[in-house]
Ligand binder design. Sequence first.
Ligand SMILES: *Cc1c(COP(=O)(O)O)cnc(C)c1O
Length: 489
Amino acid sequence: MKLVSTRNNKVSMSASLATLKGIAPGGGLYVPEYFPSLNEIGDLAGVSYEKLAAKVLSLFFDDIADMELLTKKAYANFDHDERAPVKKIGDKEFVMELWHGPTLAFKDMALSVLPRLMRAAMAKDNGKDVLILVATSGDTGKAALEGFCDVPGTRIIVFYPSEGVSDMQRLQMVTQGGGNTNVIGIKGNFDDAQTGVKQIFADSEFAQLIGDKGYRLSSANSINFGRLAPQIAYYIWAYNELVQREEIAQGDKINFVVPTGNFGNILAAYYAKRMGLPIAKLICASNKNNVLTDFFNKGEYSLDRDFHKTMSPSMDILISSNLERLLFELVERDSDKVNDMMSRLGSDSVYTIDGQAKAELEEDFYADWCSEAETMACINETLRDKGYLMDTHTAVAMGVYNKYKTGGDTTKTVIVSTASPYKFPEDVLMSLGVDSAGMSVFEMSDELSRLTGTKVPRQVAELKTKAELHTDVIEKTRLRNAVIGDISK
Ligand SMILES: *Cc1c(COP(=O)(O)O)cnc(C)c1O
């Protein structure tokens, strides 16, 4: 299938090449030319996660042969047979756990697949190796490292703020093995890392320089269509699970609640709906950085607000990049209108949508947010009342759902769980009333396990014995030199 750009609907490119390039010329995002129908993938009774994912991906990446082998390999190192298990926690409530991959967060669902899509695309392109540069605030870096580790024809360098990630996140990254990986700390914050990487991407002389060394640059962040497409599969999976268990009849509508940051995860659910999945409401859950809540409720997207650091850091974001793909649909794929909104966001830090567009959004979406106190209370109460332990991000979703359902909707609902509670043990323990001051992350994990009767995931236990391989920390002005040094080795 061909993809078009949100900022120029005449630009069209195959899905695999678009994945290799990452972003469209002029800053646009690649979107499918049309939404394929789920009818094309046929009966799903008894189909494994890998098979379903392959069917969904093939609708878009129709030029990649043997997609089933690709997804089979991609999910081989997940620690749950079902890959994305759906658990019943109440009469009408289910949780879909998307964190059984190598890094314990939902980013693995797509970043296990993306490098393999790129590799397949490279075979059709100019033959240069792909150099992936990532600036991370924690979760994406490790998931990308795992995904690209030892994938032939690729090299990955991750930059992280040396003082800005959690102990668990730092340990996960600096212990990364593989012959094609590098992890470098920056003396600065996440924005410094991000700015440094963006400058490299914008520098055509630099592209020439690394081109001469046999590389082309690409990106693994969530605006890459190759990250979006694999995420569509698990919404269809969850729906099918409820059908197979006779919780619903084929055709019945269900809700999804998604803890949202960059709007990538929930956008995949919206795409699934457009492809024919019977979804009633998509519930967009935010933390205190509630710019999306305001957008859905007021029709205005405004950056004129403070940035808050919260206990759900992967949702601490003010510019939700993937919202642009929803806007593109909302304005009936008129890229001039998208350009207009995006340039207003750049110049005035705000854009608005009209009343009709807002009413249309209300058909599909509901949005609300949780404070830090509400998030902590939700972790505590859900464990106490339902025996289910959640991480801080999932708790934001659950907290929003608890508020939503007081409105009387009794539709069966799947809450999307995006991280293992063991990825954020300090805040989860605090929510349960335990002060972990002075404990190492391993002691915290053991305490959490003892307290809740849940098992410490092997991904955490394994970290204990791994050597710290990547110890470089550089000045924030030295990213270019670090990249050159890396590929000259
Ligand atoms: C990235 C992330 C999110 C936010 O997902 P988006 O696709 O950016 O909306 C939520 N929870 C966790 C744990 C994450 O890592």
